[in-house]
Design a protein around this ligand. Structure first.
Ligand code: M6R
Length: 611
């Protein structure tokens, strides 16, 4: 949560920072603030709610500075208010800091600092850092040393950027647990929580590691550990382009990302089939680890939210195909329940952002327990990608809408490829592998054909937009899709929705069925089809309204359901890639009709970097 941008160079930092932080707004939008140094004096301005209000405020002030930091907040400690908005400043108003993460021992530090005479203006954990740095700066008069000494006293996670009007030519950034990237321009440098705000200026970046600090001037930068050991960093090139992070004519990023899926699914597969034998999958990130991957007899998948749903599909697929036992765990539970994991276990961590705190902590725990960790991430260079032993990138491009859509279908695609890859390593190759590859290659066009029928979903949304409850039911590979459909509706339209395996309905939830309860059934012609029809009859008999997702050509479904949306035929394993598309669109259309803020739903943020 929370977005950070910092700038030092020859240009006016203010417009660069404001434009930059707008690109990070998906990380939080409770409040925003900016600080810079003008004529050796620190200025700091804040506003509550979205960045646009800060922009409005700042535009009237005619600020000019070559150094500055800016922040957009997702509240953890203290309500969204001007006082609690970042940047936080020290008692003298010289030092300003922006922070992403949580300082766990802030209470203790605050008590000590207050007894030393420091006066606090906010309820946040972050403010202790401003005062701690002030305390050490007062002792040594050395900004870099003061930041280092302050960080040594901190327990918790942080990505920070700090400036000090007493050393106005230095921007200091540090990381432990929360991401910080330093970007290298021509006579100018940027720091940011991720690359979105900087790619319009430069593509050259270095990613800070945990317990690492960068001291940046407009002429260069140095990196050291918090213990003052110099580190050498590899400059990496960001592959994302600016148009990838624009809305490109769509009303919302979510809609754009839904429509990108024919391409993003293709990109997840691109270059990953062997030229000599197209039925064989090659995954560059796993090269050199074939022996390790061939030998596991147990797999644990850890993830959160939508990524967890993708993991469930992975479980069904891997067990069916490889006959290797798989467990799918919420990362937040896994990390705290002393799981049975050892050197014989392969842990697959799935995360779009690669920054989700619980999943990252799960990865670290798995490694401590000697497991091998395979990361499935979208964001290149993200913490989970770097912490994993090896992995698969999704290549889905930036996902900015808070509701995850294209990452889900890319994650499932990556898991199909992984399954096929391990199958080959274990000689579990059959004719079915080739059929699966063929069917997978057809998916992008099939998704495109579904997207052409957006108006059908719009009509359904119109009919059901006022419902206050929804059930989503599916079986087999489409049970996780039911969960995902319900999550999409909940998070962006604020309608209560539950997803469950269709057969579970009669064990309790069927009591909820009335004529006012729309039930979305994924009733495609797969192995579970006949059973799903039985469940539809049970709902219809109790007056429930049935919206069915069916297979093209299944005309008889129309007699059983109130509405049917048809998707093309594919093999059972791949159906989630198609059945989820109408559910994403339904949630989107209903949210728009209810005038909800689709890209910035209330109380949410894109990546959950706190526990
Ligand atoms: O970045 P991650 O994939 O680790 O994020 C996990 C969840 O926070 C995320 O999928 C969340 O559930 C989405 N908002 C769902 O749309």
């Amino acid at each position: 949560m929370c977005g950070i941008v910092g700038y030092i160079g020859n240009r006016n930092a203010v417009p660069i920072l404001i434009e930059g932080i707008k690109r990070l707004e998906y990380r939080g939008y409770d409040s925003a603030g900016i600080a810079g140094i003008s004529n050796n004096n620190l200025f700091c301005h804040k506003s509550v709610s979205k960045v646009v209000f800060l922009e409005e405020k700042v535009s009237k002030l005619d600020l000019d500075t070559n150094i500055g930091i800016v922040h957009t907040r997702w509240a953890t400690h203290g309500e969204p208010s001007i006082d609690n908005a970042h940047p936080h400043v020290d008692c003298k108003g010289d030092i300003a800091i922006v922070h992403n993460g949580i300082i766990e021992n802030y209470d203790l530090l605050k008590t000590h600092l207050e007894s030393d005479g420091h006066v606090f203006a906010s309820e946040t954990d972050t403010e202790v850092l401003a005062h701690l740095i002030e305390k050490f700066f007062d002792i040594d008069g050395d900004f870099e040393l003061a930041v280092r000494n302050a960080l040594k006293h901190v327990v918790g996670a942080y990505g920070i950027a700090v400036i000090n009007s007493k050393e106005p030519d230095k921007l200091i950034a540090a990381k432990n647990g929360s991401p910080i990237v330093v970007a290298i321009g021509k006579d100018e440098y940027f720091v940011a929580s991720d690359v979105a705000p900087i790619i319009e200026h430069t593509k050259d970046v270095v990613y800070l590691d945990d317990n690492e600090m960068a001291t940046i001037t407009k002429d260069g930068y140095t990196t050291k550990t918090i213990d003052n050991v110099p580190t050498s960093k590899k400059v990496e090139e960001v592959m994302w382009d600016i148009d990838m992070i624009e809305r490109d004519g769509y009303d919302h990023f979510m809609l754009k990302e839904i429509h990108e899926q024919p391409v993003s699914i293709l990109n997840a597969m691109r270059g990953r089939f062997d030229h000599g034998n197209e039925c064989l999958v090659k995954l560059g990130g796993l090269e050199g680890h074939e022996d390790v991957l061939a030998k596991f007899n147990r797999i644990v998948i850890i993830a959160c939210g939508t990524s967890w749903h993708a993991g469930l599909i992975g479980e069904y697929m891997i067990e069916a195909f490889l006959r290797t036992p798989v467990e799918v765990e919420y990362a937040s539970e896994f990390r705290y329940r002393n799981p049975v994991v050892d050197s014989e276990t392969l842990v697959i961590a799935i995360s779009q952002s690669g920054e989700t705190a619980d999943t990252l902590a799960g990865v670290k725990l798995a490694k401590e327990m000697h497991a091998t960790v395979l990361g499935v991430c979208n964001v290149v260079g993200s913490s989970i990608a770097r912490e994993s032993d090896f992995g698969i990138y999704l290549h889905a491009g930036p996902e900015i809408g808070v509701a995850s859509t294209k990452a889900f279908t890319s994650q499932i695609t990556a898991l199909y490829l992984l399954t096929l890859y391990i199958a080959n390593l274990r000689n579990v190759t059959t004719l079915f592998n080739c059929n699966l590859v063929e069917a997978l290659k057809a998916i992008p066009d099939q998704v495109a054909s579904i997207l052409k029928k957006e108006n059908e979903i719009e009509a359904l949304a119109e009919l059901y937009k006022s419902s206050e409850n929804f059930l989503y039911l599916g079986r087999g590979y489409n049970y996780p899709v039911a969960l995902e459909g319900a999550l999409k509706l909940k998070e962006i339209s604020y309608i209560h929705a539950e997803g469950m395996p269709a057969a579970e309905m009669k064990h309790g939830p069927i009591a909820l069925i009335t004529k006012d309860m729309p039930v979305v059934f994924i009733a495609i012609q797969d192995a579970a089809y006949q059973k799903a029809l039985g469940n539809i009859r049970e709902v219809a008999a109790r007056g429930g309204k049935v919206i069915a997702i069916g297979t093209e050509g299944d005309d008889s479904l129309k007699e059983k359901a109130d509405h049917v949306f048809y998707i093309p035929k594919t093999i059972d394993m791949l159906t989630p890639l198609l059945s989820v598309i109408p559910l994403q669109l339904l949630a989107y259309k209903i949210a728009v009709m209810r005038e909800c803020d689709v890209d910035m739903p209330r109380n949410l943020a894109k990546s959950v970097t706190v526990e």
